[in-house]
Design a protein around this ligand. Structure first.
Ligand code: TRP
Length: 336
């Protein structure tokens, strides 16, 4: 059967990809193998790419967006270092594109409160935030995310599984708008990454706030230290068995992804070497893999003016498109 992936590769110019991240810290290997590598691969296959730095979304679970400017520039650097090409891709931020944000208002009229309240990702974020009160933004940011996607009429959104409920809301908004006011938006498809889920060095979800994440921007020494402290088990025989031995298998997977090889093969090679040998292989593989990305990133970080220029150009292009879409939306709704 022909998959969405096949259709994209057969006719890349028929697709526009849009995706993004919250600027809350540096990107790590979980981001890289989960989505960043996929963005670069699709860009290189000829699909048009929009990358959003979702700065307003930072305020869903905190009151203040700390070090925002720094995080935004670092995100631009991470993307360029990983291979996103600013002469083909558009990198921009929420707060610099007023017409995108204005789309949220008509879009809010298309969804019910019940639909927003049942979003499982939002429920998990509320539980994880540990806060006594829940802001209106927490419930409505998936509608804002629909505006992120629909303003540029993207039809393909590469995301992780946790984003699927938001993707459903974007599809709902597109369909309801088209039914009510006439056809304007493509109904965007989610594209799930085929890479297996990479966990942090403690076997839990990789996240910089847990101190278990290997940052693209980290030094080889920091990387070695994190891996030295990684959780393993006492069985000296190294095997790839994600269900039975999740921590060891996750380290094997990390080395395998960095080497571009099959994890079973990597495990067999280490054999009875125990965790010490495993950790040596993982550290070398990760540092070797990241070496060129880190070298490019270090150059980029030294040229802040260039990073700012890339973002200004992306913002300008996003604004032109957003203004046009907002005009079309207002015309379709009777010049509201
Ligand atoms: N919610 C996404 C995250 O937390 C970031 C994001 C914002 C996004 N707008 C988007 C992702 C639009 C895809 C499409 O990672």
């Amino acid at each position: 059967m022909e998959t969405l992936e096949d259709r994209v590769l057969a006719d890349p110019s028929a697709f526009r990809i849009m995706t993004g991240d919250r600027p809350t810290g540096p990107l790590h290997l979980g981001h890289y193998f989960g989505t960043l590598a996929n963005r670069v691969r699709l860009q290189d296959a000829g699909v048009e790419l929009f990358v959003l730095i979702a700065d307003y979304q930072v305020l869903t679970d905190r009151d203040v967006a700390d070090h925002l400017g720094e995080h935004v520039e670092n995100l631009v650097a991470d993307h360029l270092a990983a291979g996103v090409d600013p002469s083909r891709a558009t990198i921009y931020r929420h707060s610099a594109v007023p017409a995108l944000n204005q789309l949220m208002l008509p879009f809010l009229s298309l969804v019910s409160v019940a639909e927003l309240q049942r979003n499982p990702t939002v429920k998990e974020e509320i539980a994880a935030s540990g806060r006594a009160t829940v802001s209106g933004l927490m419930f409505t940011y998936p509608v804002h995310q629909a505006a992120d996607i629909l303003f540029c009429k993207a039809n393909l959104v590469p995301v992780g599984r946790d984003q699927l409920p938001h993707q459903e809301i974007a599809r709902l908004v597109a369909r309801r708008f088209n039914e009510r006011y006439g056809p304007l938006f493509p109904v965007p498809d989610a594209l799930l990454s085929s890479a297996p889920l990479l966990l942090g060095t403690d076997g839990r979800k990789m996240s910089k706030s847990r101190g278990n994440a290997i940052a693209l921007s980290g030094t080889p020494d920091e990387t070695a230290r994190l891996i030295r402290r990684a959780v393993t088990d006492s069985d000296r025989h190294i095997a790839y068995d994600p269900d039975g031995r999740p921590e060891v298998s996750n380290l094997v997977l990390l080395a395998a992804l960095c080497q571009g090889r099959d994890p079973h093969e990597v495990a067999a090679e280490i054999g009875d070497g125990g965790s010490a040998a495993l950790k040596r292989v993982v550290t070398e593989s990760v540092n070797e893999f990241l070496r060129p990305i880190r070298a490019r990133r270090a150059e980029l970080i030294d040229d802040r003016a260039h990073l700012r220029r890339v973002l200004e150009e992306g913002n300008a292009r996003a604004n032109a498109i957003a203004d046009e879409t907002l005009d079309e939306v207002r015309a379709a709704m009777g010049a509201l």
